[in-house]
Design a protein around this ligand. Sequence first.
Ligand SMILES: *Cc1c(COP(=O)(O)O)cnc(C)c1O
Length: 472
Amino acid sequence: MSLNETLRKLPKIGDLIERPEIKELVYFYGKNVVLKAAREAVNELREQLILSETSCHSKEKLTEENLIKEALKIIIKKLEEYKSFSLKKVINATGVVLHTNLGRAPLPKEVLENINNIASGYSNLEFDLDEGERGERYSHVKNLLIDLTGAEDAMVVNNNAGAVLLCLSALSKGKEVIVSRGELIEIGGSFRIPDVMLQSGAKLVEVGTTNKTHLYDYERAINENTSLLLKVHTSNYRIIGFTSSVERYELKKLAGKYDLVFMEDLGSGVLVDLRKYGIPYEPTVQDSVKAGVDVVTFSGDKLLGGPQAGIIVGRREIIEKIKKHPLNRALRIDKLTLASLEVILKIYLEGNMEKIPVIKMISKDLETLQKDAEKLAEGLNSILKEKGNAVVLDDLSEVGGGSLPGVQLPTKVVALRVYGLEPEEISKRLRSAKIPVIGRINKNEYLLDVRTMNEEDIFYTIDMVGKIVWEI
Ligand SMILES: *Cc1c(COP(=O)(O)O)cnc(C)c1O
């Protein structure tokens, strides 16, 4: 049979669409989508036939009926792909708690209930219910932030990079800002302090050296054009060895002497002493406020464990000035974020930190991790049978998200071995599973770290591994 003869047997779209199986699909997915899938399926089949022409496929199997069956299979697969969203749930089995590529902080269920309530209807977002007139969107979190941090005033924008840009634009445009050379950070996603500074119209004045900056370095750089001293938390790296930086209270005194604003970009906004959870001390927002920093900015979705947001707390007249800057309108926080942030801050105020997934995952003890890992390994072994095995191993997980560099948390991982599949291949297949599972590979082992997995994740991971095992 020649290629042309075979190609003529390809199903016609008009005939396909009349098939009862397709009519049912049209009922579920709509005619346009099914037609598009049918066209794509026939094209794919045509390409397959042309490509396989040189290989000696049993061509007698290429009946019209078989080609229709093939086309139907492709159409159904395509329709399932259309139906699924591009942005979807994945299982984070990397053990990296604040995984920037996987959406940083997962939110507690209390937050979702509130989002549902606020998003599905109208709200008093900018409406003062007492006065019956226009209100301020920050009012819903302002007092919580004041109570938690001890600051005079507070506001929130889209993210912390935005918060830093806004503060510098509002407070230092055309003026000089002094920063230590040891704090000129770059974090992922091209946020670099010198670039943000340039964008804001403030002039960066670098002082000191990479490893040491002294109070006199700052003082010597001050002139009549200086407006602000900026301290930046080196969130994603540590300088160790022969180092020194200037304490906040000293910078505060210096700022006071020359009538300058003292600002700090804290990066990760920690509101609790993490030593409680066996993690080295991280400066808290309260520390900065207490030390007299005039304006402090931090992220909502790093160690705070809330939604993406840039939180600004500080002295009232400074916050007022920032609020009035036109850039604030461009960076403003949306109602879903506010609905979610209010819940998170209430949880902190009530002291129920274990309700916050980020804190819960960071503080998971080895006993719990061992139990979870055993459960996962057991489930995996029961579906792998003679096709592979799963064993529990000791390992280390990271906090991630540019927070707590160098801090490694002892954890338990499950090494998944499937005979005939390299770790990269296991990884690839699990990434394309219905609920993608993202693990990590270390020393040629595919590892699933249970620190970042909840009960449901463990259950679905076993299910997804079952599907790839079934295919081999
Ligand atoms: C993470 C970080 C930022 C940026 O915060 P986003 O919320 O990601 O925009 C800025 N500064 C520091 C020091 C950070 O660690």
